[in-house]
Write a protein that binds this ligand. Structure first.
Ligand SMILES: Nc1ncnc2c1ncn2[C@@H]1O[C@H](COP(=O)(O)OP(=O)(O)OP(=O)(O)O)[C@@H](O)[C@H]1O
Ligand SMILES: [Mg+2]
Length: 391
């Protein structure tokens, strides 16, 4: 198994819902609810799910841009501490989630290795990670020239010494004057822009160019990890392909790890090594990309995949239409959150929450009937069969 870059344990983010004249808290939006996540060095992990399922919130929490309600975040943890933490967490949650006791918190949450709790870890971590948003119009300061947009993070965070791939030693230098200008010019050239572009404002560019600028700004500090939050969703298909190929090249060159958030499964399939499927704040399925698309097990993943259009009129695939609306994350359904829309739902699904378990090698699913679904899918009806007969 490759090296762990980032590990999030028991992460929850509940947003308070305020109301009334007094502004009391009436409830909570369960945007991210008890998520355990491991990201390996050098991979692209795709995060997919419907609007509102908590993808952006998860991305922000694991970059330490917003404070989680509970949970711990570790960057490049050593193996022994990972095992200890996971063991402890499993023990704590064996009988359902509950309030952590003080001494338990100490090990899981408030150790100095937890980025959420350590000022020095936090500062170092933030200089190693970046985020790129869907809409560069709102993420780029409209009053700044492009050269300053890109130079700003370099001035604040510096760049890794040797000015090459981030070697992880953490030594950084701040660039100034001519050296900084030359550095910025090299970066924009690499993004397919040129020197004239440096003296323009963000509104003077097309959507695709603006996204190149946002990527230049992120890559300029030579980060080790970038969260790409729907980076191509606002672009037309040809520009989308160019940006995806640019991101792939940058990944190879700078050895950077990506978390790629999108609701577009075709994009996820093209860019990710591994995919995480979210539903109402929870991870419901996780597998390597080919495995997930060949053997989607969770009924929700199956429905998502069955909705991908196939550009071949002779190819017929059973279309699984999800009935009902997405329930409110302020009041998620009991038991399995998906049971209100699931074609396989039985009584147990509304009372007992299914735990994530490994169904095939490296393929984890949270569904009471995962094994049975896998069996039927690979034998009689279902997506897999439909796909095979259509070939
Ligand atoms: N700052 C906030 N305050 C209150 N609620 C929030 C806040 N940010 C997000 N939410 C709520 O949390 C839930 C998850 O939102 P999030 O933006 O993470 O979803 P998403 O999966 O990224 O959706 P999309 O695909 O539309 O970007 C939603 O119900 C949203 O309304
Ligand atoms: Mg989002």
């Amino acid at each position: 198994m490759s090296e762990i870059l980032l590990k999030a344990i028991g992460v929850r983010k509940y947003f308070p819902i305020k109301g009334g004249i007094s502004g009391r808290t009436l409830g909570y939006v369960h945007a991210v609810d008890d998520v355990n996540l491991t990201i390996y060095k050098g991979e692209t992990v795709g995060v997919v799910g419907e609007s509102g399922c908590g993808k952006t919130t998860l991305g922000r929490v694991i970059l330490d841009l917003i404070e989680p309600t509970t949970g711990a975040l570790f960057y490049k943890p050593d193996e022994a501490s990972v095992n200890q933490l996971e063991g402890l967490y499993t023990e704590l949650t064996a009988n359902g989630a509950r309030e952590l006791k003080k001494e338990e918190k100490k090990i899981l949450g408030t150790t100095k290795d937890n980025i959420y709790k350590s000022r020095s870890k936090r500062k170092d971590f933030r200089s190693r990670v970046q985020i790129v948003f869907q809409d560069p119009v709102s993420s780029l300061d409209p009053r700044m020239l492009i050269k300053d947009v890109i130079a700003e993070p370099i001035r604040i965070n510096g760049v890794p010494k040797e000015d090459g791939t981030n070697d992880g030693t953490g030594a950084r230098v701040r660039l100034r004057g001519e050296v900084a200008n030359k550095y910025v010019l090299d970066i924009v050239t690499e993004m397919g822009l040129n020197e004239d572009h440096l003296y323009r404002f963000p509104h003077e560019f097309s959507g695709g160019q603006r996204q190149r600028i946002a990527i230049a700004r992120a890559i300029a500090v030579k980060p080790e990890f970038i969260v790409l939050d729907e980076p191509t969703s606002a672009l037309d298909v040809s520009v989308q392909a160019q940006i995806l190929s640019l991101l792939k090249n940058l990944q190879k060159k700078y050895n950077v790890t990506y978390m790629f958030i999108t609701h577009n499964l075709a994009v996820i399939r093209a860019v990710s090594n591994r995919v995480i499927v979210m539903y109402l704040g929870k991870i419901v399925e996780e597998a390597l990309t080919d495995e997930l698309f060949e053997f989607p097990i969770h009924p929700y993943t199956q429905a998502l995949i069955s909705a991908i259009p196939i550009p071949d009129p002779t190819f017929k695939r059973q279309r699984l239409v999800l009935s009902g609306d997405v329930p409110s994350p302020a009041n998620p359904p009991s038991g399995c959150r998906f049971h209100t829309r699931c074609r396989f739902a039985k009584e147990i699904c509304s009372t007992e929450e299914p735990k994530l378990k490994e169904i095939r090698a490296g393929h984890i699913v949270a569904c009471h009937f995962a094994e049975e679904i896998l069996k039927t899918e690979t034998s009689s009806s279902g997506i897999k069969k439909t796909r095979e007969t259509a070939k």
